[in-house]
Each structure stands twice: as C-alpha cells, then as structure tokens.
Ligand binder design. Sequence first.
Ligand SMILES: [Mn+2]
Length: 349
Amino acid sequence: MELQTNTIKEIKRLKIIPEFEKSAFTIINHLQNSKNLLLVTHTNPDGDAIGSCLGLYHYLTQKNKNVTFILQSPIPTNLQFLNGIDKIHFLLNQNNFKISPDFDTIVLLDLNDISRLKTLRDEIELSKATKIVIDHHQEPKDFADYYLIDTTASSTGEILFKLLRKDCSINWTKEICENLYVAIMTDTGNFRFERTDGEVHRIVAELIDYGADPVKLYNEVYNKIPFNAAKLMGLGYSKLESYYGGKLVVMPIRHKDFLETNTQEEDTEGFVESLLSIDGVVMSILIMEVVERNEIRVSIRSKGDYSARNLALNFGGGGHINAAGCRFQNADFEVTKQKLVDKASEILN
Ligand SMILES: [Mn+2]
C-alpha cells in the first residue's frame, strides 16, 4: 500500500515509533486481505473497548468484509447510543459458543490476555484464524500472530486511529469517527487523565473535523446517568470510608444497595473515577458485591505515580497504573475490603 504525501506529513506531526509503524503496515495489509473477521474485547467492556470495536467494525464493513463483533457482557446504558450497537452478537451466559472455522482473522481489542475472556479463551486458542491484538495495556501475553501495542497510548481508540490512517483510501465516516472519539474520550476521562497529551488532542481534532460532534458525544456519555444509578451513587457516597489521612477513599456497594435502587453492576459506571475529585484523594476503590456470580468486584483508580495496578496485581487482577481492577470469588465482603485497605498502605505510605 502506498502512502499519500499528505498522509506522510500528517503522520510526522505524531510521534513515530518505527516498530509500531511497521506493525501497523503489516496489520492493515492483513486486514485488507481478510474476508471473515471476528472482533473480540474484554468482559465488562468500557467506552474504549466498545468504541474501538465498533470503529473497526465500520471500517471493515466499508471495505466489504464480513465482520462479527461478539460481546460477553451487556453494554453500559450510556454507551447504547453508539452507532453499530444493533450489530453486536451477544453471548450472555452462553458457555458453548463455537468459533466457526470460516473466520480467517480474529482481532482482539483493548485486551492482551485471553484469560480475561473466560469461556471464549479455549475457542480462541483452538481457532486456526490469524490473531491480532490491538491494545495499550502492559505486559501482553504471547498468544497472537500480530501485535499493535503502545503502552504509552491513552487508549486503544488512539492506536486504532493510527492504524486506520495507514489506509489512504479510508473514508472517515461519522460512524467510525464517533466511535473512535468516544473510545478516546472515555479512556482519558474526558481528556483529563495522565496520558492526555497534544497528540491525543490532535487526533480528536481530526475526528471532529471528520464529523464527530464533541458536544453531542459528551452529553450522550456523561449526562445520561439513569435516575436509579444516581440514587445508588448517593447510597455509595453516604457510606464512603476514608483512610491514610484522606489519601484513600473506599466506596462499598452491597447487594442490598442494588436491590434498594433497582440497579445493576453496569449502573456503577463512573463512580470510582468521581471519587478522585475529592480533595486530597490519590486513590479510590469501588468494592461491590455481585451475588449473581458469587463475586466481589473491585475497581481502583489513582493519580500520578500511585499505582492502582500494583494494588490489583496483589490480588490477581491487573490494568493500568491509574486504572485497575480485581475480583474475588466466594469471599467475605468486609474481610476483602480490609485486605485491600491494608495492602494499599504499601503504595500510599
Ligand atoms: Mn482502554
């Protein structure tokens, strides 16, 4: 594939990592030559996961490919407006999904470890399709054929933008641009988190030029908290706990809180991030009881060098330095909470 002169100029404004550029060319060529593609992302998908998959979905259908995008979890309410949601194939509580041998390529986005795919893991390992990972998480696992990884990138959406611009015949449709914009906006906390640099702004500026409406997209994503979710947030805030001189706050959400407000797990979207706006807080933990899976789910956020990821790693979880999570099966809520608070002292003190 040949680059147009103006494309080269544009790329020069962005940071160039030779290895990344090489992988991007290999992968975009491979995508052009694929016919049947399967798109996969992690469970409990966020805006970056869904936006990136849908952005790629629209690009590939523009190239007349057969594309199947599967999700193992429901979509958060505030992301249900995204263009292409109706095309998603949901595998909720389905343990026997078979990956058809017709797929020649599987693209895994915002994910670098197939153990996060639970029941799909074996199917993906067994599949003969070419596997491509597009991601920004640290320590990718060795299972795929091609990797497009930049652990310094704000989001998978940012990486995907840099991949797609390698195709000089791409038509930057509104569907592609809106999805990529939402991917980047959500993973940067609306352009406030650590990795929000000039490059991120240059990329979203282009997406806006191509038709993504920043006001509309902000309103859809951030000004759509369901009333019941707001009540749940209120319950969580009323039980907020503070530790280590206010550096750590913990929001506990119990099963009865979900029942009382008629809400679900997905309704806690944004809660843990919101806690970082409390004065003096450098780490926040949302700990919730999910009785349907006999699980305690933990989300951790942090500022600067305080590592949410290191805390999560202690308990078999993972993530980024400032956004991570872990899960506990068949565990006692209070005991688990105390374990997290105790371990956090090593990071905060
Ligand atoms: Mn991401």
